[in-house]
Write a protein that binds this ligand. Structure first.
Ligand code: ADP
Length: 290
């Protein structure tokens, strides 16, 4: 069991499940609607918490009604959020998600009026309490300062960085963490046709993975050896929202427990595949084990 800190965002997700994805300028009734907490880093912590780790989230919490839903959910998953920056004004990031029941695809419209967690906020955290630090790859300038700080003052503390979107200058961060977690979305946006092309283009000696939906995921180790795991689809695809976050949690869980990279990759794909067979993350680990 490890003590894991994650830096990133929490969102309010408003999810409409629809029979099929709507045409533009059309109207249809949702089959169901639910609200939940989202955000990549906090999703990953939710899963890591179920895997038995002590999880802490550091991000920005705004004192407004929507943050109550978020705080309630974090508490119910035993995630400590005392390291958060609290603000009196603004709006928690909100994702409006259309979940297509036929395919499990999720289409997201995102709104935010919330500052990013800064290096100054980060520097107030006692990092000696943690065994692993995970970052969402956003806010490049501040994240770079955080990663440089870790490298200089806590070189033994492993850290992972999720690269989900092709943000300007995000490549400046690639040399800094212990593990890089890429998405298919990032790879394709940067012109890579497959995961191996992206991973072998990295000019570094760190561990990196790239998840690729139905094709599973690839990873490369410090010696430039490439590994692959197929996907493990459930009987029925119900909800792929958060599959990448579950994959990241599975990989971090295995690596913090010193598993081999091939084992870690396969475990992460099995776990993420299992997640696609249920809505949300509740009791994910119990049903996976069963
Ligand atoms: P994201 O949630 O960021 O879009 P991906 O779609 O790449 O991430 O999914 C992450 C992992 O989840 C994949 O590597 C795979 O193991 C699993 N996964 C995603 N979609 C499916 C699917 N349709 N069937 C089985 N496994 C899937």
């Amino acid at each position: 069991m490890a003590k894991i800190l994650a830096i990133g965002i929490a969102t309010l997700d408003i999810i409409n499940t629809v029979e099929s994805y709507p045409d533009e300028d059309s109207e249809q009734r949702a089959l169901s609607q639910h609200q939940t907490r989202g955000g990549n880093a906090t999703n990953t912590l939710t899963v890591l918490s179920q895997l038995g780790h002590h999880c802490t989230w550091a991000g920005v919490l705004i004192d407004e009604p929507d943050s109550q839903v978020i705080q309630h959910d974090l508490r119910s998953h035993h995630i400590d959020f005392t390291a958060c920056k609290r603000l009196a004004h603004g709006k928690m990031p909100t994702s409006y998600i259309t979940l297509n029941q036929q395919t499990g695809s999720r289409t997201i419209v995102h709104h935010r009026d919330c500052p990013e967690f800064s290096f100054e906020d980060f520097s107030k955290i006692d990092l000696t309490k943690f065994d692993w630090v995970h970052f969402e790859g956003r806010n490049v300038a501040e994240t770079q300062l955080m990663l440089l700080h870790l490298k200089k003052y806590h070189p033994q503390l492993p850290c992972s960085l999720e690269i989900e979107k092709p943000r300007p200058d995000i490549e400046l961060l690639f040399e800094l963490p212990t593990v890089l977690l890429f998405s298919q979305h990032y790879a394709q946006a940067r012109g890579f046709a497959d995961a191996i092309s992206l991973l072998s283009s990295l000019n570094s000696t760190i561990i990196a993975s790239c998840a690729w939906g139905k094709l599973g995921a690839w990873a490369i180790n410090q010696h430039q050896e490439v590994f692959h795991s197929p996907a493990f689809p459930p009987e029925q695809i119900i909800d792929t929202l958060g599959a990448g976050d579950t994959f990241n949690a599975g990989l971090i869980h295995s690596l913090v427990n010193n598993s081999e990279l091939q084992f870690a990759l396969t475990y992460a794909c099995r776990f993420a595949g299992h997640k696609c067979g249920q809505v949300g993350f509740n009791h994910l680990f119990q049903t996976f084990e069963a």
